[in-house]
Write a protein that binds this ligand. Structure first.
Ligand code: CMP
Length: 140
């Protein structure tokens, strides 16, 4: 089915200057960028976005990392976008990520892991709405 998912290029990948290479992978996989912005998240924005992880031991490190520099946030649209995007990213831990995935190629650690992607269609809707007003989505 035609789906949308939320994607974030994290501070480590922005610092490595690979925004375009990552966008190319999305486009080559048939995902359309229907909304896009660069942003330096505030602590409150990062904490709110990752609220489901609040009780996890890695929460503080995750928030610190996500506010360490600008990120690029996009809504992607395409057939099975949630799973297609997760396949492109590879496993959360780059040491476990399959060859040729974004994390295998660009991530350094489970914290600095280059990209975020929604893990379900329900979460995708919540995450897209967290960063984009409906008027900022440009399907075509
Ligand atoms: P992300 O998809 O952005 O969602 C939560 C992030 O927490 C995850 O990617 C990782 O970068 C980070 N993280 C750090 N440690 C862990 C862990 N043990 N399990 C899952 N995520 C972790």
């Amino acid at each position: 089915a035609l789906e949308r998912t939320l994607s974030i290029i994290k501070p480590d990948a922005v610092a490595k200057n690979v925004i375009g290479e990552i966008y190319t992978r999305f486009e080559k996989a048939g995902l359309k960028i229907v909304a896009s912005k660069m942003k330096h998240l505030s602590r409150k924005e990062a904490e709110g976005f990752y609220a489901v992880h609040r009780e996890r031991p890695f929460f503080n490190a995750l928030v610190e990392f996500m506010i360490s520099g600008p990120v690029v946030i996009q809504a992607l649209e395409g057939e099975n976008a949630v799973l297609t995007h997760r396949d492109l990213m590879g496993a959360t831990d780059p040491k476990k990520a399959e060859k040729g995935t974004i994390r295998a190629d660009f991530a350094d650690s489970i914290d600095a892991n280059a990209v975020h992607g929604s893990d379900s269609l329900d979460n995708a809707a919540v995450e897209i709405a967290y960063f984009f007003a409906s008027t900022e989505l440009c399907p075509r």
